[in-house]
Ligand binder design. Structure first.
Ligand code: CTP
Length: 404
């Protein structure tokens, strides 16, 4: 079987040590990885480490093994190039087409998808020079994964952190999975902003108890990961999901339906698409006890009065924050799946409704899902039982068609 050929470019940032784990994940999952570090990267992690972990020789410049013409061959033969970490310097060189070492030569000869995972201090990331270079690279079809917000080298925190290697690995997997040749098609959400809600809301009764549901958030996270790999700017409004932040995704944590509504409406103002994958509580307790509710001997428990939560999906679908915005809802049904789905699609006024049949063993917490996607135009797209990322990609395919 063809082993996908990945070039892992490593430039000179402290996060180079985290790229070792990315390399490990790639080789262990059957990728043939050629590491091309820059000279400065070797200050952080030595050539011996890259060579031992990849099983290939490692060179930083074009003068080694000249008879094999490595400055051309490595890039030409790659199915995907990822530069991780990408410093401000390598982004600048790539944007301007400089070619003074093996990595920059490789970037010019590669015709496969190219991914950059920048990591640097916040000031360097935010500098107009860097931002313009990133915009140039994106315009040319590269996928530049926004750095995460968090702890940087030393004590400072801010935007510029290298994403979790496991999440970058997911980006690579998805970009490769969508086909190496169709580089432009692979980035069909480039320049788009999409909002995804995920997880399940919790409606507090008192400081220790809540009304909740069993949504794990996995489907929403799969949607966010797929959209990011297809080039979108992604806002993920996450309700109580205990999952790692997807690389390049702006995660907004929320607790209740009211908080979720506020976060989704704010992000939706300039969004091209909104996908409501979160399980939002239809009701919340009418009152919140500031102290813990105590049981009293010999007394029956007091009933819990509920009030309706706002229907966020219906609100956005009915009054689109942006013209041409595509709105997608989810429905969990136990019986009469299609008829109930059609009725719900009409009631909510959304463009697409992803209908899941739920039961004892299905959907919640599982890695797999099965669904039918109903379109307001009468279309029906069945998605067979399979990984949640396959369903995610089908949903984005349908969204892209409607955005066009
Ligand atoms: N939703 C929402 N706001 C709510 C409730 C649900 O935005 N207050 C969204 C969900 O994110 C999902 C869809 O609406 O996209 C689900 O619709 P809902 O009416 O809640 O369906 P069910 O939970 O299946 O409820 P029922 O069948 O009882 O109507």
């Amino acid at each position: 079987m063809h082993k996908p050929k990945v070039v892992l470019g490593v430039s000179g940032g402290i996060a180079a040590y985290k790229a070792c784990e990315l390399l490990r994940r790639l080789t262990e999952s059957g990728h043939d990885v050629r590491v091309v570090p820059t000279e400065s990267a070797l200050h952080f992690v030595g050539a011996a480490t890259w060579s031992a972990l990849s099983g290939h020789p490692v060179s930083t410049e074009v003068w080694a093994d000249v008879h094999e013409v490595p400055h051309v061959r490595i890039g030409q033969g790659a199915d995907l190039v990822i530069v991780a970490p990408a410093t401000a310097d390598i982004l600048a060189k790539a944007a301007h087409g400089l070619a003074d070492d093996l990595l920059t030569n490789t970037l010019l000869t590669a015709r496969c998808p190219v991914v950059f995972a920048p990591a640097m201090h916040t000031e360097m990331w935010e500098h107009p020079a860097t931002q313009e270079n990133v915009a140039t690279l994106r315009r040319r079809g590269a996928l530049v994964v926004d750095p995460a917000v968090g702890r940087l080298t030393g004590v400072d925190t801010g935007k510029g952190r290298f994403p979790e290697p496991a999440e970058l690995f997911e980006v690579v997997r998805r970009v490769l999975g969508r086909g190496g040749d169709a580089v432009d098609a692979a980035q069909d959400l480039a320049g788009r902003h999409v909002v995804v809600s995920a997880g399940g809301t919790r409606e507090p009764l008192d400081p220790v108890r809540f009304l909740g549901n069993r949504s794990s958030g996995k489907q929403g996270y799969a949607l966010a990961r797929s959209a990011a790999a297809r080039g979108a700017r992604v806002t993920l409004v996450a309700a109580n999901a205990a999952l790692p932040d997807p690389a390049g995704v702006d995660v907004v944590p929320v607790g209740t339906a009211v908080q979720l509504r506020e976060a989704v409406l704010k992000a939706a103002a300039d969004a091209d698409a909104v996908v409501m994958a979160a399980a939002v509580a239809d009701f919340r307790p009418e009152t919140y006890a500031t102290g813990k509710i105590k049981k009293k001997d010999g007394e029956d428990p007091a009933p819990i009065a509920l009030v309706r939560n706002p229907d966020i999906l219906a609100e956005i679908a009915g009054d689109r924050p942006r013209v041409g915005q595509v709105v997608v809802g989810f429905a969990a049904e136990t019986d009469d799946v299609l008829a109930n789905g059609r009725a719900k699609l009409a009631r909510k006024g959304c463009d697409l409704l992803v209908v899941n049949e739920v039961g004892e063993r299905k959907t919640f917490g599982s890695e797999q899902n099965e669904a039918i996607v109903l379109g307001a135009d009468g279309s029906e797209t069945p998605v067979p039982y399979g990984p949640k990322e396959d369903l995610a990609d089908t949903i984005w395919d349908l969204v892209v068609q409607r955005l066009a």
